[in-house]
Design a binder for this molecule. Structure first.
Ligand SMILES: [Zn+2]
Length: 422
């Protein structure tokens, strides 16, 4: 297709060669509703379809997580209780899932078979645009939360239970605390999955209003990868859904967080009754690295993460573990959002050693800043990382699914869809 060529209500806006992948990226837009579509056309028989919505939390209620679960509980054309589970059983799909991120919700599928690919695409489109949740409050109660009136009334709900599990992990609690501190003025301060304390504040009315605002074509990003039957996909989108819908105002944001004042916080977490509390202290530091466009910086931080704490011989690990001051040191790079950030964490510290651990961390880093990092070690890490990136080994995930994540990690913020693919 050529630039400005239109088909089934869509127009081609841009065409870019992605030479490393032997592919062409087509950016299209649905003229009436402004739904955006990016197709990575390449010779790949495993075909991927995914629809994403920009979902920016404004509280810890986990509303987008509950929506993600709920829309897959039946739709107008596929009213069976769990189309998802039924599909899993019968489909030849290589991938089928739904994921709630900090700022988006993504529904991707992958299949080698054309018919199967189209069937799954149909089910997913009907799920997001015509879900039964609009008339069936039971779905919200089941997936979100409700009170079970047994002898002792208790809160129940699929997402509520899931998040109770997540909130029992100290790592999760630490990460949430850092997010709140680093991004205190934008949507990244909130737990997109939902804080069990806040999930039960969400009402059905708020849930439906949120659905209506965010699950709209004007806020949708469709990603296609591989040798897909494009004509069929565009026709399906336009005829069954978009042609009868109107455009909405775009959802603005997310907005950049301005630098915050350095602060120190103490957060509690629970341990088991039998566990010894003595060395259960954890310390972490969080820093924003840059924006989604600073891709090189993220790669540099990954190299640094390996050099500083990649294994027990790495410089930070060695400094702390040899003295028996901690059991685990890691530097996590949290990328894929508007602003990337890193988290340096030291685990299993005794209370009386907290100050010493902090001193050693900062002394070690200061020494490295002054004396530099061993060149050979950096070269080795870079070579290994390069090999990994070129191999594109995604641990069992179809390439198209990972490409979908990578495309959204730039496209959602107004960047080029192909920016992170090469
Ligand atoms: Zn979930």
């Amino acid at each position: 297709m050529k630039i400005n060529e239109s088909k089934h209500g869509f127009v081609v806006k841009k065409r870019t060669e992605v030479s490393e992948l032997n592919a062409t990226m087509y950016e299209m837009e649905h003229i009436k509703t402004h739904l955006k579509l990016a197709w990575l056309k390449r010779d790949e028989e495993n075909k991927t379809f995914g629809i994403a919505f920009k979902t920016l939390p404004s509280d810890d209620s986990g509303v987008f997580h509950i929506l993600e679960h709920s829309v897959l509980c039946g739709s107008q054309k596929y009213p069976v209780k769990e189309p998802f589970v039924e599909l899993m059983k019968s489909s030849m799909s290589t991938f089928l899932n739904a994921l709630t991120f900090e700022d988006k919700t993504f529904y991707p599928i992958s299949s080698r078979n054309n018919q199967d690919f189209m069937n799954l695409t149909k089910v997913y489109l009907d799920a997001v645009f015509n879900p039964l949740i609009l008339n069936k409050k039971e779905i919200f109660l089941q997936e979100g939360w409700h009170i079970e009136a047994t002898e002792k009334p208790t809160y129940k709900g699929v997402v509520l239970n899931e998040m109770k599990g997540a909130f029992s992990s100290p790592r999760e609690i630490m990460m949430n605390a850092l997010n709140r501190a680093l991004f205190k003025d934008n949507c990244y301060q909130y737990v997109s999955g939902g804080d069990p304390e806040s999930i039960t504040d969400l009402t059905y009315e708020q849930f439906i209003q949120t659905y209506q605002k965010y699950y709209h074509p004007s806020n949708a990003f469709v990603f296609l990868d591989g040798d897909v039957p494009l004509d069929d996909v565009l026709e399906l989108l336009n005829q069954e859904y978009l042609s009868s819908m109107e455009a909405n105002l775009p959802i603005e944001g997310p907005i950049y967080q301005q630098p915050v004042q350095i602060s120190r916080q103490v957060v509690d977490y629970e341990i088991g009754e039998e566990e010894n509390a003595e060395n259960k202290y954890r310390m972490a530091w969080g820093n924003v690295i840059g924006s989604y466009q600073d891709y090189e910086k993220v790669i540099a931080m990954q190299v640094l993460s390996d050099v500083l704490c990649g294994d027990n011989q790495a410089v930070l690990n060695k400094a702390l573990l040899e003295k028996g001051l901690a059991e685990n040191v890691y530097l996590a790079i949290n990328d894929g959002e508007l602003q990337n950030w890193c988290q340096l964490e030291v685990d299993h510290i005794k209370e009386e050693n907290l100050d010493q651990v902090k001193e050693i961390v900062f002394d070690t880093l200061q020494t490295l800043i002054k004396k530099g990092i061993d060149r050979q070690q950096l070269d080795a890490t870079l070579a290994y990382l390069e090999l990994n990136l070129k191999e594109r080994n995604f641990g069992g995930y179809p390439q198209g699914i990972i490409f979908g994540f990578q495309v959204l990690e730039s496209w959602l913020y107004g960047g080029k869809p192909e920016a992170h693919l090469e």
